[in-house]
Design a protein around this ligand. Structure first.
Ligand code: PHE
Length: 457
């Protein structure tokens, strides 16, 4: 993202933008969050609704965000302010800035753990794992150490700060062009091992055969949150990233490409997780520690599995880094553009704030019993932050972005932006319908239901 460094510029090429947007989208949301949320919400039926939401809500909102960003070439607050100066719309951008900090604060904890697991594996700390319960014990004692948890959070936020400040993220994106396909191949190999484990069949049917009697309204709310989280939508990440795209690029195909690969990786991650999980007799609703428990027990069943495991966790850390960069970029772009802060000042102060806010999340996997059970047994501070910022904030943001693009700024203005320089917006009618009716109504009903029942978590 050298472009970002010299204040405002463009991505080197269309491919550069797609890489960065895919780097933002593909991350822990796909491999850590998707499987455990699917496991807690009934498996295949959830997956079905999730895919529906990616197509009916995610894709249209992504197109809206990208076009707002490219039109205004601004951060989320500046973008709304540019289009409608004296209005309250800029608050939607403000919510996005807060949400970026909120998500990064707990995301950094999990990202820290993935890097910690990489170190743990190469230093032999997982070589005794044979059963799932051993793996679970190791994860528990790993996360119960407050210094380790806070230290890893600090490390990951620091790493993100360095990358965003140094403007070397274009380098990272280039690396990820090579590394992400490797991650993809490793996941496929893991999936093959997982489905060939004895007793994996029950997991496959849990994951792929929908049992619609398991659906409740909360399933819809979780699927919506997950779709937005995984696609980096609802907080202006794609407004910010869209502001660096050249006018000649076709936004619609880029958006479709990003959504497709993001979903593919999530589905694949589930295919790794569920067959193995059932084969080992674990509970699919085991919560946020799922990947850290399931993956090592698969490695134990592969010759040379720990080398494999080290590779997976290292690549997961890289995937997480390209997402944390995009999370930090939103508040940073805001302070640089709107308050004329230097990039350095913005990056460092946002980094410090995020780290401090992240500390209670880092202590909520057993290190501190109050924080670990703040909402319920097995629902700690990190889970709470995840729900508040990673589900509800994004859903509220996406609702207003849909209203803005569909009614306030308007379908015609979006289409004009998309059709710049001879591009064809081939899915215009369907997009207009989805963004005006389906997106706002679906989100409105889901959020109202949750508010009405008080069933927030
Ligand atoms: N989409 C990222 C992931 O799946 C997380 C993210 C959410 C990044 C919101 C930016 C904005 O890991």
């Amino acid at each position: 993202m050298a472009a970002i460094e010299n204040s405002r510029g463009n991505w080197g090429s269309k491919f550069g933008f797609i890489l960065a947007a895919a780097g933002s989208a593909i991350g822990l949301g796909n491999i850590w969050r998707f499987p455990y949320v699917a496991g807690e919400n009934g498996g295949a039926a959830f997956v079905f609704i999730y895919i529906l939401f990616v197509v009916l809500i995610g894709l249209p909102v992504m197109i809206a965000e990208l076009s707002i960003g490219r039109k205004t070439e601004k951060n989320p607050v500046g973008a709304f302010k540019t289009l409608f100066p004296p209005s309250l719309w800029k608050l939607v951008g403000g919510l996005g800035v807060l949400t970026g900090i909120g998500i990064l604060s707990f995301y950094g904890v999990i990202a820290g753990y993935t890097f910690g697991y990489f170190i743990k594996i190469i230093t032999g700390g997982l070589s005794n794992v044979v059963t799932a319960s051993q793996s679970e014990e190791i994860f528990k004692s790993f996360t119960a150490d407050p210094f380790m948890s806070i230290g890893l959070l600090f490390f990951f936020v620091w790493l993100t700060v360095m990358v965003v400040m140094g403007g070397v993220s274009s380098g990272i994106e280039r690396w990820s062009k090579i590394l992400m396909p490797v991650l993809f191949v490793l996941l496929i190999l893991l999936a093959v091992r997982s489905v060939t484990l004895e007793g994996s069949g029950a997991g496959l049917s849990f994951y792929l055969k929908p049992d619609f009697s398991k659906i409740s309204f909360t399933t819809f709310a979780r699927a919506l949150g997950q779709a937005l989280f995984s696609l980096s939508l609802g907080m202006g990440t794609m407004i910010t990233y869209g502001s660096y795209i050249a006018k000649k690029d076709n936004l619609v195909t880029s958006a479709a490409f990003v959504a497709f690969f993001d979903t593919l990786i999530a589905i694949l991650a589930g295919l790794v997780m569920f067959p193995a999980l059932f084969a080992m007799g674990m509970d699919p609703a085991g919560g946020a520690g799922l990947v850290f428990v399931v993956l090592p027990s698969i490695f134990a069943k592969i010759p040379g599995g720990m080398i494999f495991g080290a590779g997976i966790f290292l690549l997961l850390s890289v995937a997480a880094l390209t997402s944390t960069i995009s999370l930090l970029e939103v508040p940073v772009a805001y302070f640089v553009d709107e308050h004329k802060w230097s990039r350095r000042k913005a990056v460092i102060s946002m980094g410090i704030i995020t780290f401090i806010i992240g500390i209670p999340s880092a202590l909520s996997f057993g290190a501190n019993s109050f924080l670990s059970t703040i909402i319920a047994e097995n629902f700690g501070f990190l889970d709470m932050m995840n729900a508040v910022f990673g589900n509800y904030s994004l859903s509220i943001g996406a609702f207003f972005i849909a209203i803005f693009a569909g009614y306030k700024w308007g379908v015609k203005a979006v289409a004009d932006e998309l059709e710049k320089e001879g591009n064809v917006f081939f899915y215009k009618k369907a997009w207009a319908f989805l963004i005006r009716f389906i997106c706002p109504l679906a989100i409105f009903f889901i959020l109202s239901y949750i508010a009405w029942t008080g069933n927030y978590f």
